[in-house]
Write a protein of this length. Structure first.
Length: 278
């Protein structure tokens, strides 16, 4: 299993890094759109579609992203999608998680499918605009999610006593959540120091937000994003448990599926863009 994970990670990095650091935006935009399309296929399967029907949902996300790109709208600075995403993730996330695993199949199938397409499209759109702001900005968002996850893992193992959502994700604890939040605050402070040295291509998420709403506001913002990364993780876990699946698919040997890798990023990307659009 470890060998599989390492090989998959190396292959993914070999594909992702050239696109990430390429000057033109289109290689990264289209590569990430392909990943979003694969995520939509996984979402369809987790919500009862099979065969051609599941493929069609993936094609729908691909077509929607392609139209957004070719129209030029993907690069336009606009605010309403980010605030719409915040409304969906904060209110909708609270609603879905409060209903639990048993409540998810009770929602209309069409609503669940449309919701998946919408969330994946919004995350892709945010990803493209974040890349347009600079590699440093995009990496600062990625690393916020990774730092929250890593700190939560080790904090939960060391101090975890109170379960966060045992029916959805038994391994998560409240102590892990607090550890993750501490981790992102430390990351933000270190990244701000890096930005001040002027060695990066663009301002990070932390610098942009602190310039707009101050240090205290920035601290609240990164804690909020860390919390929403947990919501994204729990949301995908709930959908998988409802479908009786361990992973969203086997597209990434040793790692599960695309949704397993990007679940925490789905809310964080558009919400980060909302914060820098203030």
């Amino acid at each position: 299993m470890l060998k599989q994970r390492v090989i998959t990670a190396v292959v993914l990095l070999a594909v992702l890094l050239p696109a990430l650091f390429a000057k033109p935006l289109w290689p990264f935009a289209w590569l990430s759109l392909a990943a979003a399309s694969a995520g939509a296929w996984e979402w369809a399967r987790l919500n009862g579609l099979r065969g051609a029907a599941a493929v069609l949902l993936g094609v729908a996300v691909l077509a929607g992203g392609a139209l957004t790109w070719w129209s030029g709208w993907a690069l336009q600075a606009t605010q309403w999608p980010w605030w719409a995403a915040m409304l969906v993730w904060v209110l909708g996330g609270a609603f879905v998680l409060s209903r639990g695993v048993a409540g998810w199949p009770g929602l209309p199938a069409a609503l669940r499918l449309v919701l998946g397409v919408l969330l994946l499209w919004l995350a892709w759109l945010a990803l493209v605009q974040a890349k347009a702001l600079g590699v440093n900005f995009l990496l600062s968002v990625f690393c916020l999610v990774w730092a929250a996850d890593i700190a939560a893992y080790f904090g939960g193992r060391a101090f975890g006593r109170r379960k966060l959502a045992p029916a959805i994700s038994p391994g998560k604890s409240w102590e892990g959540v607090w550890s993750g939040m501490l981790g992102v605050v430390v990351l933000a402070v270190l990244w701000l120091a890096l930005d001040r040295r002027g060695l990066v291509d663009s301002a990070s998420l932390y610098t942009r937000v602190s310039q707009q709403i101050g240090w205290l506001g920035m601290g609240v913002a990164v804690l909020f994003l860390a919390a929403m990364s947990v919501v994204g993780d729990l949301f995908e876990s709930l959908v998988k448990r409802s479908a009786g699946a361990k992973d969203s698919s086997n597209l990434l040997p040793g790692h599960g599926g695309v949704l397993d890798r990007i679940d925490a990023l789905l809310p964080v990307l558009p919400l980060a863009m909302a914060l820098v659009s203030l």
